[in-house]
Design a protein around this ligand. Structure first.
Ligand code: ADP
Length: 495
């Protein structure tokens, strides 16, 4: 099949979250399976420093933007390994900026215009580059207009008629909502600005637009696909998804095992795999304790959390639990993250008060994230909601037992110790349902009890380390979904 993946982020070009990991890794795996894949994304300022080759193609195009027109250019690059071409849409007024979407937690005021331009550029690029496309795979609100423009405008022309579209929702909380006059920028007729197409409570909603016009919709875990069909996790769009549930599916993200593998990880004090975890992991733990200036004790559990410090990730539960635990337990804690200032203040003050038990690193550091995955005993993810989550997968691979709230992708990947139902995979972590500090604390207590039983703990570690959460599994599911999407749209792939 010929697949074009339209995205606002892809590793190593530009990243703010999991979307970039997916769009950088999935295409490589699809190419390995024998498909023709290309990726298209904006040429942000940071793409210049990604280390990949850049070839300006000298192709100029014009996009109507309301009452004006804007010009863009195409640059060709490729994903690492060279098997997947990447087309970068250059428009410096829109994309030559410090950040991808905004600065100091404030979105750029012209985000609608920027991504309407990008979405239309995707469709123009197909024609200008003469790209063969069977499935046009758009991702998140930034490309929500792609399936709509394809269906409403472009499919009048023969080149686009045989294309089907898939729209993947990576996090339904981010919807790309803009005031109604931005409808003029889309170039689409006002008749589409109605409550069952592009409008949402009086505003233009680009995520809803993508969900309404795509031939298939997917999200990043089966549980999340169910959860977003009702309130509150549907964030107001549950009705749209219920209506389109026949075309909705959930495919777990895979992990990039070339980056996340304790047997080859260059960031670690010692390398290890499932066969020699007892040798390597204690060395990583000791090195991490040293780096974090925590007492070098092998006998106490080291409990870690890495991620965006936001309410979504459950960071409001963790400080309360830590405060209770420091009085009664020797457990050590490490938090790595950046995000809402209130959490920076909270974790900073906790680390200052209890430096022998708590380390807070309020920064973005990929090498430290690797060392934490290897050196910790438990990894906390008490998320309010979690579309897929990657850190629990890294933890499994690194023999660090996840303690999670059973939501979204966490529920689909972690079988809680003592909670396995008949037919479930074997336990590989600990999980709880109720979003409360008490539930988290009790689950951690249970985890610490098992930590004291080395044989049972070893079994949990081994189960997680030997599971396969790589893209090899998930990419095959995407291929099946692309095939279903083509069938649904009544088209066949041109071989
Ligand atoms: P989300 O996409 O919702 O932020 P995921 O778990 O899917 O969450 O992916 C987050 C990714 O970003 C992981 O690779 C994680 O290790 C990384 N990450 C998040 N915060 C930090 C940080 N402060 N330092 C290093 N890596 C981080």
């Amino acid at each position: 099949m010929n697949i074009l993946l339209a995205t606002s982020e892809a590793v190593p070009f530009a990243k703010t979250g999991g979307l970039a990991d997916v769009c950088g890794a999935l295409p490589i795996e699809l190419a390995r399976l024998g498909h023709q894949v290309a990726v298209i994304l904006p040429a942000y300022r940071q793409v210049r420093y990604c280390g990949q080759p850049m070839e300006p193609l000298g192709i100029e195009f014009i996009v109507p933007m309301g009452s004006k027109t804007m010009t863009g250019h195409l640059i060709k690059s490729c994903l690492p390994g060279g098997t997947v071409p990447v087309y970068l849409v250059q428009q410096d007024q829109y994309f030559d900026r410090d950040q991808l979407y905004g600065v100091d937690s404030k979105d750029y005021i012209d985000n609608c215009e920027r991504f309407v331009f990008f979405s239309r550029a995707v469709l123009e690029a197909i024609r200008l580059l003469d790209l063969p496309v069977d499935v046009l795979h758009a991702n998140d609100w930034q490309t929500g207009l792609v399936p709509a423009c394809l269906k409403i405008e472009y499919q009048r022309s023969p080149r686009y008629q045989r294309m089907a579209s898939l729209f993947t929702v990576h996090n339904i909380a981010f919807q790309g909502q803009f005031w109604h006059w931005d409808m003029l920028l889309t170039g689409l007729d006002w008749k589409y600005f109605n409550w069952h197409q592009m409008e949402f409570h009086g505003k233009l909603n680009l995520l809803k637009t993508g969900m309404v016009f795509a031939d298939s919709i997917s999200t990043v875990s089966r549980r999340y696909a169910e959860e977003i069909q009702s309130s509150p996790l549907g964030c107001g769009l549950e009705g749209v998804l219920q209506h389109r549930r026949d075309v909705l599916s959930g495919i777990l993200n895979g992990m990039d095992t070339s980056e996340w593998n304790p047997a080859t990880d260059p960031h670690l004090a010692a390398k290890y795999d499932a066969d020699n975890v007892a040798l390597g992991k204690p060395l990583c733990k000791a090195a991490l304790q040293k780096e974090l200036k925590l007492p070098g004790r092998a006998d106490v559990p080291l409990i870690a959390s890495v991620g965006r410090l936001t309410d979504q990730k459950g960071f409001d539960l963790i400080p309360e639990v830590i405060q209770r635990w420091v009085q009664t337990s020797d457990a050590q804690w490490v938090i790595l993250g950046t995000g809402q200032p209130k959490y920076h203040r909270l974790f900073e003050s906790l680390a200052q008060r209890y430096p022998e038990k708590i380390a807070a690193r309020l920064e973005f550091s990929n090498p430290l994230a690797h060392r934490i995955e290897a050196g910790a005993d438990m990894f906390l993810m008490p998320s309010r909601y979690e579309p897929c989550g990657l850190n629990q997968l890294y933890s499994l691979k690194y023999g660090t037992v996840p303690v999670v709230r059973a939501t979204g992708g966490l529920a689909d990947t972690i079988t809680g110790y003592g909670h396995a139902k008949p037919g479930d995979p074997p336990a590989n972590g600990f999980s709880f349902d109720e979003y409360s500090p008490l539930a988290l604390s009790e689950t951690l207590r249970a985890a610490c009890d098992v930590f004291e039983q080395p044989e049972v703990w070893k079994q949990l570690v081994q189960t997680g380390m030997r599971q396969d959460w790589s893209w090899a599994v998930s990419a095959k599911k995407y291929v099946e979904l692309y095939e279903r999407t083509l069938l649904r749209a009544g088209r066949v792939a041109v071989v």
